[in-house]
Design a protein around this ligand. Structure first.
Ligand code: BTN
Length: 320
């Protein structure tokens, strides 16, 4: 689009978007209602002076630098769970890369049927609809991939040092700030679609984290001591996710595995592992392409763990 001191004429917009000048004007009014400050000067055109610091379809899509992710984006003020909406959209045939975001979830879902607390305006509660050409056993790779994306974005945007606790919790200073829930619909050994849910505690203050959770959970704001722009952080995640996903689909899992292991919590350290049958000490050594955690016991035997309880530290055992 041609620009003139940041002004774009109504005629240019009308030509480019193939809509009437009146329609351009109506769009400007809509943006103003959404909180944008727009200057309109005769013979120069329109110029955006400031964008609202809130999440909306406009604020996330404006300047979003992706080829396919988030081009269809649904933003809600309040939902039960963005996962449920993404499943409905998937069943209606919405495309790969559709994104659902909410300011608040009143029935947010965590892994293993746990509730996920998703207070209004404090975090990123987002589900991404993917239609990957993968077999169902590869689905865990997408979850591991998403965890690396979040770790990379947190590093890019702050001095924080995120770690990924297997399989996919993002910790900062040993406390969980983010979780990922992957749900899949598959048929005849082929994934129909995946709904990848990302929950990030962004702007909660210390007082917003209740009771027992205080020892285990935190937010980006608490750990970095500054407020984060939620819309901008979503844009960064979508951009990084698309890049990493495209690379994974063309080059395979190796790079994701390496990045995951770089951030892996307690990789190279001793932990206590407990299954139904036994309890033992082992060193965590990495992840496998099927998402398993690899551990080596004191006799040097390697084992792949799919579901086990791990004593990570003071916090006691934690089930996968
Ligand atoms: C976990 O247990 O660590 C996973 C939490 C996943 C939460 C996100 S928030 C967006 C999406 N909608 C949900 O209801 N859950 C996921």
């Amino acid at each position: 689009m041609d620009k003139n001191d940041g002004y774009v004429s109504g005629q240019q917009l009308s030509d480019q978007l193939e809509i009437s000048r009146t329609a351009v004007w109506k769009h400007m009014k809509e943006l103003e209602k959404d909180g944008y400050k727009i200057e309109a000067i005769q013979r120069k055109g329109y110029r955006i002076i400031s964008s609202p610091d809130k999440v909306s379809e406009n604020t996330v899509q404006w300047g979003l630098n992706t080829d396919w992710l988030g081009h269809q984006l649904y933003h809600y003020k309040e939902v039960a769970s963005t996962q449920d909406i993404a499943h409905q959209l998937a069943k209606q045939g919405k495309p790969h890369g559709t994104v659902v975001i909410a300011d608040e979830q009143v029935k947010g879902k965590g892994r293993m049927s746990r509730p996920w607390h998703s207070p209004k305006g404090k975090g990123i509660w987002m589900s991404i609809l993917l239609r990957p050409d993968l077999v169902p056993v590869q689905a865990p790779q997408l979850t591991l991939l998403a965890a690396t994306v979040l770790a990379e974005v947190f590093i890019q945007k702050s001095e924080l040092k995120p770690q990924i606790k297997w399989p996919n919790d993002i910790l900062i200073n040993h406390k969980k700030v983010s979780g990922i829930l992957t749900e899949m619909q598959a048929e005849h050994d082929q994934i129909q679609y995946v709904v990848l849910g990302i929950g990030i505690n962004v702007n909660q203050a210390a007082d917003d984290i209740q009771g027992d959770l205080r020892h285990k959970a935190s937010s980006l704001r608490i750990e970095s001591e500054e407020e984060w722009s939620i819309a901008e952080t979503i844009q960064c995640i979508l951009h990084q996710f698309e890049k990493t996903y495209d690379q994974f689909m063309s080059q395979g899992f190796k790079k994701v595995k390496n990045v995951w292991e770089k951030y892996g919590y307690k990789i190279g350290e001793q932990v206590t592992i407990k299954t139904m049958k036994r309890e033992w000490q082992a060193e965590l050594i990495g992840i496998e392409p099927d998402g398993a955690l690899k551990a080596r016991d004191q006799k040097g035997n390697e084992e792949k763990l799919y579901s086990a309880e791990i004593m990570w530290g003071e916090g006691g055992y934690d089930a996968k």
